[in-house]
Each structure stands twice: as structure tokens, then as C-alpha cells.
Design a protein around this ligand. Structure first.
Ligand code: NDP
Length: 316
């Protein structure tokens, strides 16, 4: 039996290269994407063997679409051995918030709420897998953590007391802390939510299910299209800055391999861990379990975020 992984946002960047790495390791990849034609072309252009992947529609910015994806996946009859939550948007230049069909701010919906719903629904599928080793991996980032160099640049993430979620997260509310809209902070806040979700999944379900829950920071993958909504000059200089000044630069290929390793290799089986290869890439640098930011390791916050997210996605 071929192992199956679902990976969101596999039409570009880290997700696309991770799909290739999984295929190289003999896995079947379900590429869960919002633009099927784009995903198809990307997989072909990268030379991923056609019999090693299936492309399926998901729009993480719509909770209905997430539910439809899960039903469509179940209809394929495949068993789920691993889930990778990778898709994200980063919209640094917008002045007004975009909204999901439910009316929720779109960066937080896509990066956190859509994945939160997906994880909750697909937990059942992971439980049913006959594989001894099942893993759920959520992409993190150094920018979630002001304790580290890469996370010190303002605006810093701050979930406050989740006032924005508690008040229903609909207009005029656009931020999780209920404060003024700030698109870069919205991205960082959502990535803190990703880490909190991983840790709460671990706390709630690791012992009873045996599933491994982890996150990773693959390094600064400065050439992915994540920065497509930034100034053109930024897009040109950022990779050079990361390569020659900070040393944080990682190729898309290597980032993809790191994702596959965290899902497959025995050394990454520790549940609740956040894996990093450091801010500066050293030749043959080894991975290690990194301490996450004070907000991201706040267990009370993780519990409260879980409850409010359940309400917002209609699980409670
Ligand atoms: P990309 O922009 O290259 O890829 C993002 C993927 O998410 C694309 O496939 C995109 O689809 C998809 N996506 C966006 N919105 C939706 C949606 N509503 N529904 C479904 N899919 C969607 O970014 P990266 O590869 O750089 O980022 C991937 C992950 O890695 C993110 O979680 C990011 O936070 C994390 N990360 C990235 C770092 C970096 O330096 N680049 C560093 C640390 C972490 P489409 O092609 O249709 O736009």
C-alpha cells in the first residue's frame, strides 16, 4: 500500500516542492489547491510523475469549500496517513481587509481558521488509517517569534486576549485582538495561531490517538511567490539580503525536502515539537526542536483559541 499525504497550497513554493519530495519518496500526494489548472501546470513543469499525485479543489478562505474538500477526499476511498497544512496568504500592502464568504478577515481565515477546520475534520481520517505512524504537520515561521532575530521586525504578532474572535470576528472587526487592521500583523498573528493549534492538537489528541503533531520552520524560502504581493523591489532584494547578509536563505527544493522529512523520517516523530534548522543556514546544519515564542507556548491561550475557533468555524 502506498502512503497518502494531503498537502494544502501545493501549487507553488514550499508546498509544490514538498509534493515533489513526497513523490520521490514513493508517497501518493493529494495536492489540495484552489486553482486546479495552475496546480496541474506547476506539477507538470516540475516533473512530478503523473501517477504519484491527485489534484483536488480546496479554498481555505471558505469554510464551505473546506468541508466539500473533506467529503470529496473521503469519496476517493484513500486512507489518510499524513496531513500537511501549508497554504497561506501574505498581503502586506493592502489597506482594507479582504473578507471570506462568512465575513471573516481573509488572511486569518485562510491561514488559521480554514486549516483549523480541516485539521478537526481530518483527524477522523487520520485515526482510521491503518498506518502505525500518522502525522499532522503545520507550517510555522520565524516571524511568529519576537525572541528571535527574524521575528523582531515590527509589527510584532499580538493576539491580545482574542477580543476580536470573542466578538464574532465580523465587520467592523478585522484583527484577532480587535484592534486596527494591519495586514502584516494579520499574517504573523495567523502563524502564531498555527503553532498554538499544533500544540493544542498535541495536548488533546496525541496520547489517545498516537498521531504525531508537529510544526517546522524550514528556513527563509525567499524566492517563493509568498512575496508576490510585495513591492517589486522588495521581491528582488529580499533573496539577496537573506543569502548574503542574514544567511537565512533556503532553496524551495530544500524547504520541500525538509517538509517531507518531518512527515516521514523517524527522527521527527516527537509530537508537540517545533522543528527548525536555525536562522543561519550552516553547511550540513542539523535540525533541532526549537522553543516557540512566549505567546505560542501559552497553554491557556491555546485552549481559549481552540474554543473560539470552534465557534467561528461552526464546530461548537
Ligand atoms: P506560496 O505563496 O508560494 O504558496 C502558498 C500556497 O498556498 C499556494 O499554493 C497558494 O495557492 C496557496 N493558497 C493561498 N491561498 C489559498 C486558499 N485560499 N486556498 C487554497 N490554497 C491557497 O508561499 P510559500 O510556499 O512561501 O509558503 C508556504 C508556507 O510556508 C506558508 O504556510 C508560509 O507561512 C510558510 N513559510 C514560508 C516561508 C518563506 O520564507 N517563504 C518561511 C517560513 C514559513 P495559489 O498558487 O493558488 O496562490
Amino acid at each position: 500500500r502506498k502512503s497518502t499525504v494531503v498537502i494544502t497550497g501545493a501549487s507553488s513554493g514550499v508546498g509544490l516542492y514538498a509534493a515533489k519530495a513526497f513523490a520521490n519518496r514513493g508517497w501518493h500526494v493529494v495536492m489540495a489547491c484552489r486553482d486546479l489548472a495552475k496546480a496541474q501546470k506547476a506539477a507538470q513543469d516540475l516533473g512530478i510523475p503523473q501517477n504519484s499525485y491527485t489534484i483536488m479543489l480546496i479554498d481555505l478562505g471558505s469554510l464551505d469549500s473546506v468541508r466539500r474538500f473533506v467529503n470529496n477526499f473521503r469519496a476517493t476511498g484513500k486512507s489518510l496517513d499524513a496531513l500537511v497544512c501549508n497554504a497561506a496568504i501574505y498581503m502586506p500592502l493592502i489597506k482594507e481587509p479582504l473578507r471570506s464568504p462568512e465575513g471573516y478577515e481573509l488572511t486569518m481565515t485562510t491561514n488559521h481558521l480554514g486549516h483549523f477546520l480541516l485539521c478537526n475534520l481530518m483527524l477522523d481520517d487520520l485515526k482510521k488509517s491503518p498506518a502505525a505512524d500518522r502525522r499532522l504537520v503545520i507550517l510555522g515561521t520565524v516571524t511568529h517569534n519576537p525572541d528571535e532575530l527574524g521575528g523582531k521586525i515590527p509589527p510584532r504578532p499580538d493576539l491580545g486576549d482574542l477580543e476580536g474572535f470573542a466578538a464574532g470576528f465580523k465587520p467592523p472587526i478585522s484583527m484577532i485582538d480587535g484592534k486596527k487592521f494591519e495586514p502584516v500583523k494579520a499574517y504573523k498573528d495567523s502563524k502564531v495561531c498555527n503553532v498554538l493549534t499544533m500544540r493544542e492538537l498535541h495536548r488533546r489528541y496525541h496520547e489517545s490517538t498516537g498521531i504525531t503533531f508537529t510544526s517546522l520552520y524550514p528556513g527563509c524560502v525567499a524566492e517563493t511567490p509568498l512575496f508576490r504581493n510585495h513591492y517589486p523591489l522588495f521581491q528582488k532584494l529580499f533573496p539577496l539580503f537573506q543569502k548574503h547578509i542574514t544567511g537565512g536563505y533556503v532553496s524551495q527544493e530544500l524547504a520541500g525536502e525538509r517538509v517531507a522529512a518531518v512527515v516521514i523520517d523517524p527522527e521527527y516523530k516527537q509530537s508537540g515539537a517545533y522543528w527548525s534548522w536555525g536562522n543561519r543556514q550552516k553547511k550540513d546544519g542539523k535540525s533541532f526542536v526549537q522553543k516557540v515564542s512566549p505567546q505560542a507556548r501559552d497553554d491557556a491561550k491555546a485552549g481559549r483559541l481552540w474554543e473560539l475557533s470552534e465557534q467561528l468555524v461552526g464546530l461548537a
